[in-house]
Design a protein around this ligand. Sequence first.
Ligand code: ASP
Length: 321
Amino acid sequence: MSTIKLLTTGGTIAMSHDASTGKVDRPSNQVLSGWLNGEIAVVSEDVCHRSSPQMTIVELNAVLQAVRDSLADPGIDGVVVTHGTDTLEETAYFLDLQLPWGKPVIVTGAMRASNEAGTDGPVNLMNAVYAAASESSRSKGVLVVMQDQIHAARYVTKSHTSSLLAFQSPESGPIGWVRNGKAEFRYAPAPDTVYGEASVSSLGSVMLIKAVLDMGAEWIDFAIGKGAKGIVLEAFGQGNVPPSLLPGIKRAIAEGVPVVLVSRCIGGEPQGTYAYEGGGAMLQELGVVFARELNGPKARLKLAVLLASGKNEADIRAAFQ
Ligand code: ASP
């Protein structure tokens, strides 16, 4: 028999629907206590009780520490974290950046509250526990289980506001499935560097700016003026921005503020293809770091972790290759 540690943080998976108001806002532990059968022993601990938009670095670090403590316990074979879906991918990736690959760590949530028709909480929780207890889930980084799909934390994103199939990995698809109580994998994500020594005390100083048509130069100036330690630009297409941003980008780089670029497209990777004013080739010449594989929120977390690890410009550039 395996023993799985269940760490709860709140979110819809721990809420019930209030018929009188039509709102989902009352916490309930019903889902978390009522659905597990006797095949696997589950020990649970509440880390916090937050809707996921309310998560801050304080809760993220508490989750990270709770997972670390659980993994260090020889009596625990795997860990499941339950989380609100809105920012689930960020917490999962924050853990992925800092936890050693070994015992399974699975993050799951629910799109429907515990007392709504067709709630997905129980099946997601069951499958997450099964995945955490599966030998095949070891050493694959932090995994996200929703429905019966298994996604790599690095690739998964919430792609729909309400669908039960909201969680997708646009470029890679799910890396595996939970079938008949076991995790089965089609392939494993490539191993990535783990920043185990990072101690992130603030996320607010790494700012994410999305490129939009005809934006003003002051967007980046605002970030620099507010003391940004790093800037992530969610650029157009293959990695292009409005020319109005160029003076701000130059100033940030001149002041030692790393500027990391991702694409706002849901698939593909940014490249230095275009040499026109504001094009990717020009941005690369200016020293903008092009990030592979990641969306904007995840690149922001990675930059925060790298900065907290004391990485220099060259390290940061290499880490995003
Ligand atoms: N707003 C909720 C949250 O992220 C949604 C959910 O859990 O599905 O906490």
